[in-house]
Write a protein that binds this ligand. Structure first.
Ligand code: PMV
Length: 298
């Protein structure tokens, strides 16, 4: 069984597409995959718990991703079985984790050596099918795990966390498309370049401070920086009413900070729960939102 991590972006989504840093952490378990020979067939992928089957070149995004894997890993005549432990399209890096787990499973089956650099290249090609212009943070965390500051130019710089960070993850129930949200920000950048670049720079400053706060074990500072990041994301039109409602409810319940995570336009909200995990959970459940708990940087 080959595995890959999901990820949660603590701060810096979208700005990271435009060269700024993002602070992100791996979430496990992410996706597990196993490959076996299926002589005479193409390359197929059976995904649990969706109960869905995709084949290389079937016209879907997953089919296009599989066609790339079949080419890169000489992997026609194989069947992949994957188990998703992450919900899709919620900002938790499910598609990247699926690509990395499948690439690992196929390389094992075919005996193709896959060092990190080659794996990252293959997974980036996979991500391009889904996202158009991915920063690379998702597939890098999916492959390498851990907690760190990611930039397009330098990849992942690991951050040593002083204490594990407990995050509550709440699903707004609003489905969003990363591709569309990334395009929305690109159009804001084209229309108002100076103001948008300034927003990206402000986010970058928050990310650098958040990495220091994480290293120092200063949860209060980290939470404040997350709140500030949410204001800037909302100024880029990436928040929704439901997102704001969940953030406000988490803060009122005693969370140290709360923000959207990933593409925005719905998707998931993260709250830095501190000592108030039970209260945040109860506040969200009162709004009909189940709360998932992840611990990162353990
Ligand atoms: O929604 P997700 O998990 O695909 O995360 C997207 C993060 C962005 O910064 C918006 C895009 C990217 O490629 O970094």
């Amino acid at each position: 069984m080959s595995a890959a991590h999901g990820k949660v972006i603590l701060l810096g989504e979208h700005a990271v597409v435009h060269g700024r840093p993002a602070l992100a952490a791996a979430v496990s378990p992410g996706v597990e995959a196993v490959a076996r020979d299926a002589p005479g067939e193409g390359l197929s992928l059976h995904v649990a718990p969706w109960g869905a089957v995709f084949t290389a070149g079937d016209g879907t995004d997953l089919g296009r991703g599989l066609a790339g894997l079949a080419r890169d890993l000489d992997a026609t005549g194989a069947r992949l079985d994957a188990v998703m432990h992450l919900p899709g399209a919620k900002g938790l890096g499910a598609s990247a984790a699926l690509g990395v787990a499948c690439a690992r499973a196929l390389s094992e089956l075919r005996g193709v050596a896959l060092d990190d650099a080659r794996l990252l290249d293959i997974a980036l090609a996979w991500e391009r099918v889904f996202h158009g212009n991915p920063s690379g943070v998702d597939h890098t965390l999916a492959a390498l795990g851990g907690v760190g500051v990611f930039t397009k130019a330098e990849g992942l710089r690991r951050v040593a966390t002083r204490a594990p960070v407990v995050l509550c993850i709440g699903d707004t129930g609003e489905r969003s498309s990363t591709r569309e949200m990334v395009a929305l920000v690109a159009s804001a950048l084209a229309r108002r370049p100076a103001a948008t670049e300034k927003t990206f720079d402000a986010i970058a400053a928050l990310v650098r401070n958040a990495a220091l706060a994480l290293e120092a074990g200063d949860a209060r500072a980290l939470g404040e920086l997350m709140d500030l990041n949410q204001v800037l994301l909302s100024s880029l039109m990436l928040s929704t009413e439901r997102t704001e409602t969940l953030c406000r409810a988490a803060r009122a319940a005693g969370a140290l900070g709360a923000k959207l995570t990933g593409a925005g336009g719905g998707g998931c909200v993260i709250a830095l729960a501190g000592q108030r995990e039970g209260e945040v959970r109860a506040a969200w459940e009162a709004l009909g939102v189940p709360c998932a708990r992840v611990e990162v940087g353990a």
